[in-house]
Design a protein around this ligand. Structure first.
Ligand SMILES: [Zn+2]
Ligand SMILES: [Zn+2]
Length: 173
């Protein structure tokens, strides 16, 4: 989605746009959009600096950390970003928004929001995700999904790496 800088003024202009799930690849191996992504908010301009405040609503499919099953995660976020043509924001903008503002440089006469939308969605995702709190995961040995079946492997067996560590420890004593 592009916003024409010329069309903006200091009062701000509302926008509302929906990306079809397939139109916004997240470029992440483990996350993909599974519903439309709606972004709506306001964009205002002072000289060549543009401030965008918006909300994003969508849902993303992640993988369970233990059993790799797909897990749907709703995403609902708000963000503010500043775009300018110089390498850094003007002193005025810094003062208004503090040093922590999300600043990007744009070229030409329009601002492409796709990258920031993608970035904001990825930032909003949980670092760890389980399909359910007590997910049993996959068997380390035969990769069976232990939520669905019990395999014949010995799960009490200690991982050889831990066993070695244990030996080390006991020889210390
Ligand atoms: Zn799971
Ligand atoms: Zn097994």
């Amino acid at each position: 989605m592009r916003i024409e800088v010329e069309s903006l003024n200091e009062q701000g202009r509302p926008f509302d746009q929906t990306y079809a799930a397939g139109d916004l690849p997240l470029d992440d191996e483990f996350a993909r959009l599974v519903s439309d992504a709606r972004i709506w908010g306001r964009a205002k301009r002072k000289r060549d600096e543009v401030q965008v405040r918006a909300q994003i609503q969508t849902s993303v499919e992640l993988q369970c950390d233990r059993c790799l099953a797909p897990v749907g995660v709703p995403v609902n976020l708000e963000f503010a970003a500043l775009f300018g043509q110089d390498d850094e924001p003007s002193a005025e903008a810094k003062e208004l928004q503090g040093e922590e503002l999300d600043f990007s440089v744009y070229e030409g006469d329009s601002i492409d929001l796709d990258e920031i939308v993608r970035e904001q969605i990825l930032l909003a995702l949980p670092l760890r995700q389980l399909c359910r709190d007590d997910c049993k995961g996959l068997c380390m040995n035969c990769r069976a999904d232990l939520n669905k079946l019990t395999c014949g492997c010995q799960h009490a067996e200690i991982d050889p790496r831990w066993a070695a560590l244990k030996e080390l420890k006991s020889s210390d004593e």
